[in-house]
Design a binder for this molecule. Structure first.
Ligand code: SF4
Length: 480
């Protein structure tokens, strides 16, 4: 059967207003695009077909990927939990530094990067792999509204938790449709400067703040983050403005994350955010009364750990995208003073089986990837080409500490299944990752640059700027 282009099938869209002359208005994002027959909106994934609003990306996703909840700037809900990340194509913004521009900017999307899923298939993948949380993430879930709402409802009915990681340039009426099905909102607020929003993101600020307040007032678990872009938004004023918003319009208890930037898309002629600026931003926000302020995309700092606000007891330690509970009891109370931590804990749905040694006598091919430069996470894509179930293995190597004792993690693949999962550096001494697959399976490795980056190229294709920028390189004026 011939595969059609990713955007060739239209699906009825919600939040439609029908105007005269077959024109429609979209009420999904505050842009409220007015779309003539045959045209599309700013996001290029919602269009007018014969006078009706349709979505062109229903069920179109990047590869479903197992990650950890820390990938989504969520630190106070199920630390260390495995999540199933689902990202689609298109976006209602066009940020100059987007690190998912190959999938968020629909004009650059290639069919090879797009996979097809039904709502039931997404839920089945999570259940089969013992994953308790589905994360709607990467480019931005706002422009995947119909698929997210339908699938999240199915997931919820199956006992799964839904996480929504978004820049949240979305209307209040669309949020009302999310509230019954989404449990966790991780909102990326790019800046508190309206001019910055217009210039850098092509959106505007106030709807983002109003939407964040709306989900917080609805009682949802909310965490907020800000990308601290070198020389643009990595100053203490940005941190103080964020602290004022969180403290006054949300609560000082809302976890707030200042996230390190890497050069990407239209902003490759710059450097990563200096870590000392991030630490100063964190100190400024704590000084204004926020109780939990974290840094993101940084290693070897205590600024990613969770401590008890009343007594200072260490409760969760983190390294990169990995977390260990060290000072919480089963009821999420501090083991130091007994105070409620405010964190929500979930029992790990079904931990993966581990083996000390690979099974003797099995014909397994081993691939290896060494951490280098700023590349400290990897997507491992695993494919089972056979009509029978298969077992593959991954492990970290080079560390003399606790994780060296973990051995090989087993991943069971269904017949003909393709599955992606993250491996992230978990201790300073760890040197890399190994993958072992039987003859009927194969694997490809994809370097991850920072949290919630979905890599579209293989590790073998290399990096840019001394390992701080991912390929592909954006060339202004290019059109596929
Ligand atoms: S989602 Fe936003 S950008 Fe896309 S068509 Fe609707 S209003 Fe326009």
């Amino acid at each position: 059967m011939t595969q059609t282009n990713w955007n060739s099938e239209a699906h009825p869209a919600r939040l439609e207003e029908r105007l005269d002359d077959d024109v429609v208005r979209c009420h999904l994002s505050p842009r409220n695009c007015r779309i003539r027959p045959g045209q599309h909106g700013f996001c290029r994934v919602r269009a007018n077909r014969d006078g009706r609003l349709v979505t062109l990306n229903y069920g179109r996703s990047v590869h479903a990927t197992e990650e950890t909840i820390e990938t989504e700037a969520v630190f106070h809900y199920a630390p260390g939990a495995r999540i199933l990340s689902m990202g689609n194509v298109g976006c209602m913004l066009n940020c100059d530094y987007c690190h998912n521009w190959k999938t968020s900017q629909a004009r650059y999307v290639e069919d090879k990067d797009v996979h097809r899923y039904t709502p039931q298939e997404v839920v089945d993948i999570a259940l089969r792999h013992g994953i308790g949380v589905i994360s709607w993430t990467y480019n931005d879930p706002v422009v995947w509204h119909e698929f997210v709402v339908e699938t999240a409802a199915l997931a919820k009915a199956a006992g799964l938790v839904n996480l929504y990681k978004s820049a949240f340039f979305i209307t209040g009426e669309a949020i009302e449709e999310l509230l019954p099905v989404i449990d966790i909102f991780s909102v990326s607020i790019k800046s508190l400067d309206p001019k910055y929003y217009r210039r850098i993101t092509k959106g505007w600020l106030e709807p983002v703040l109003e939407g964040t307040e709306q989900v917080f007032r609805a009682g949802k678990h909310v965490e907020v983050s800000t990308l601290m872009v070198t020389d643009l938004s990595d100053d203490e004023k940005t941190a103080r403005d964020m602290a004022a918003f969180v403290g006054e319009r949300l609560s000082p208890d809302v976890p707030t994350h200042f996230v390190r930037f890497h050069p990407d898309y239209r902003m490759t002629n710059t450097v990563r955010t200096p870590v000392d600026r991030l630490e100063r931003a964190r100190a400024a926000a704590l000084g204004m009364g926020l109780r939990h302020v974290y840094l993101g995309n940084v290693y070897d700092t205590a600024s990613t750990d969770t401590r008890c606000a009343p007594c200072g007891q260490l409760q969760v330690t983190r390294y990169g995208l990995n977390a260990d509970l060290v000072g919480l009891d089963a009821g999420a109370r501090c083991t130091g003073c007994g105070s409620p931590s405010g964190l929500t804990l979930l029992p790990d749905a079904r931990p993966r089986e581990r083996v000390r040694e690979l099974p003797a006598g099995e014909d397994l091919r081993i691939a290896e990837f060494a951490w280098h430069g700023d590349v400290r996470a990897l997507h491992v894509q695993l494919r089972n080409a056979s009509a029978a179930p298969a077992r593959v293995y991954t492990r970290r190597y080079g560390d003399q500490g606790d994780h060296a004792q973990d051995g090989w993690e087993a991943v069971d693949l269904a017949p003909h299944e393709s599955f992606r999962r993250i491996a992230a550096k978990s201790t300073p001494g760890e040197r890399g990752v190994r993958v072992a697959v039987p003859p009927q399976c194969d694997s490809t490795l994809h370097q991850v640059f920072d949290r919630a980056h979905f890599p579209t190229v293989e590790a073998a294709d290399g990096t840019l700027n001394g390992d701080v920028s991912p390929l592909p390189l954006f060339r202004p004026g290019t059109r596929p």
